[in-house]
Design a protein around this ligand. Structure first.
Ligand code: ADP
Ligand code: MG
Length: 558
């Protein structure tokens, strides 16, 4: 048998690739399964376009077989197979993609899921295997062939007796090293978890022989160990299903299967978009706050799939920080991936998707607020802080998105209120939206500064979260009504303010001068006030910062 040499540049490329493209070795299985899926897709396509052919779904599958004795892993498929020439062209020339050629030849555009395009995925097998054998028989051909290679030094091809059409890939796994336990790729749990992680939504069954124990026939207590062929993947992606066919329970199950959280989702959002960028997404608003949500360990992001294959576990660019609590996934066939299929090449499509998702989350939250107030308030207890941070960050850029979603405790309603509701209730002559900052509702209730306003029937928003006042400063105003702290010097209630001035002129001047001197630089001024009812004294500010804001700033590490 003559050994054919890889071309020199191919050798280098293969070396480079094996060692540098992929960040995780387990990716090899995703790549080989994707190829098998493509091969079956091609059969399916042939059947669609050829009247003499029928495609019987049951005949098409991918099977993963691990054998610990020979330290081999086999990936078997009943796809279209490869001729001798195709073996040479596709597996002997790096960066040659038979699948891409197939798509072009057949002018396949929409609705088809063929994954291959770069012509390098196959070689990822060499990350975990010392030698790779491919036995294949092409559809419509009488002969099978065996392709074999140990990596950079070339490959051999010889005829091989293979009965069924399809391909079988045999990996002789590397011995364990300090860095990587290659032999683990023969363990059932490991294989299952890799398949679930990357290839769960491959549309054809991925089978494995699974050892289980079951009750022995005719007995009740005795168990016997048997090997059963099982389908490991879920096949039909939930997000491709019709929304009308799915129940809340289906979404709840998906949420827990995906381990988005241990709680139940408060709300799910299912998007199927057919516009400039085609994508499907299933998003969740969790019911409970993830335990690490307000720590730096918390990572935001959505799972990103390309045509049903997982590309990224947590793609942070898909959700803005202020919606970082949103869990879920996005699948799109329109993404341009880089060669490792681990990253995106352009983020134009991603940006479009992210923008839509942001708008959708906003409108869903708004409708929750309108139609299921109690649920929304539960949500707000957990994640409201995040929304307020959102208003505050990026110099208030998100205020349009977020201001309608804010809630504050109201003195008048004695419950949470939106800014819109507050403004709707405002008195005719009222200039400002009043707020008071403090540690708790109880403490604010006792604040002397609130007395006059309350007595005059003005509503006050209670800011008990340290971010409240900062975010409201970013808003500046809501529906052209400015926000005003109850402790600011000018409350915009003209009569009262004037009266204060008058009082000041009176002869108690000396007392105040004395007090001021006694307090020295602790206060800027001491003034009489009409604002007080039951309290002898209160603080007021007339600068940029209120006392509460100063407190927060002082508590921040320098
Ligand atoms: P890509 O999948 O991006 O095209 P690969 O390196 O993974 O690149 O595979 C190269 C080519 O080899 C594929 O395009 C396909 O033509 C062929 N091939 C690989 N695996 C199989 C398989 N199991 N059955 C049929 N053809 C295959
Ligand atoms: Mg491939």
């Amino acid at each position: 048998m003559i050994k054919k040499e890889f071309k020199a540049e191919s050798k280098r490329l293969l070396d480079l690739m094996i060692n540098s493209i992929y960040t995780h070795k387990e990716i090899f299985l995703r790549e080989l399964i994707s190829n098998s899926s493509d091969a079956i897709d091609k059969m399916y396509y042939k059947a669609l376009t050829d009247e003499d052919l029928t495609f019987n779904k049951d005949d098409y599958y991918i099977k993963i077989i691990a054998d610990k004795d020979s330290k081999t892993l086999r990936i078997v498929d009943t796809g279209i197979g490869m001729t001798k020439k195709e073996l040479e062209d596709n597996l002997g020339v790096i960066a040659q993609s038979g699948s891409l050629a197939f798509k072009k030849e057949n002018e396949i555009k929409d609705g088809f899921d063929i994954i291959g395009q770069f012509g390098v995925g196959f070689y990822s097998a060499f990350m975990v295997a010392d030698s790779v054998t491919v036995i294949s028989k092409a559809f419509g051909s009488d002969e099978g062939y065996k392709w074999e290679s140990t990596g950079a030094d070339g490959y051999t091809i010889e005829p091989y007796d293979k009965e069924a059409v399809g391909t079988e890939i045999i990996l002789k796994l590397k011995e364990d090293s300090e860095d990587e336990k290659y032999q683990d790729f023969l363990e059932e749990y490991r294989l299952k978890s890799i398949i679930k992680k990357y290839s769960d939504f491959i549309r054809y069954p991925i089978k494995m022989d699974i050892a289980t124990s079951r009750p022995k026939e005719g007995t009740e207590e005795e168990y016997e160990d048997v090997v059963e062929e099982q389908i490991v993947n879920s096949m039909v992606p939930m997000w491709r299903k019709n929304k009308n066919e799915l129940t809340t329970e289906d979404y709840d199950n998906f949420y827990s299967e995906k381990r988005y959280g241990f709680d139940k989702p408060l709300k799910h959002i299912h998007i199927s978009a057919d516009g400039a960028v085609r994508y499907n997404a299933i998003l969740f608003i969790p019911e409970k706050m993830p335990y690490d949500f307000y720590t730096k360990d918390y990572e935001k992001g959505l799972e990103l799939y390309s045509s049903g294959v997982l590309i990224m576990n947590k793609c942070p660019d898909l959700v803005p920080d202020y919606f970082s609590f949103v869990k879920g996934m996005v699948d799109s066939e329109d993404l341009s991936l880089n060669i490792s299929r681990e990253m995106l090449q352009h983020d134009r499509q991603l940006k479009i998707i992210a923008k839509r998702i942001k708008e959708k989350i906003k409108s869903e939250l708004q409708s929750l607020l309108k139609t299921e107030r109690e649920k929304y308030e539960d949500f707000y207890k957990n994640f409201g802080r995040q929304l307020k941070y959102g208003v505050y960050s990026d110099f208030g850029q998100n205020k349009e998105t977020l201001q309608e979603l804010l809630l504050f405790y109201s003195s008048k309603e004695k419950k949470m209120t939106t800014l819109e509701e507050y403004v709707d209730r405002m008195k005719e002559d009222q200039k400002y939206i009043y707020y008071a900052s403090g540690d708790s509702v109880e403490k604010i209730d006792k604040m002397p500064q609130t007395e006059l306003l309350s007595e005059e029937g003005y509503e006050i928003l209670y800011f008990t979260d340290d971010v409240d006042e900062f975010s409201i400063r970013m808003l500046g105003a809501y529906k052209e009504k400015e926000f005003k702290s109850v402790s600011s010097g000018d409350l915009g209630i003209e009569e009262k303010d004037k009266k204060e001035e008058e009082v000041e002129k009176q002869d108690s001047k000396e007392v105040f001068a004395f007090m001021k001197e006694a307090l020295q630089d602790k206060v800027k001024d001491v003034r009489p006030s009409k604002r007080l009812k039951n309290h002898p004294v209160c603080f007021a500010t007339d600068g940029e910062l209120t006392i509460e804001m100063e407190k927060v700033l002082n508590a921040m590490p320098n």
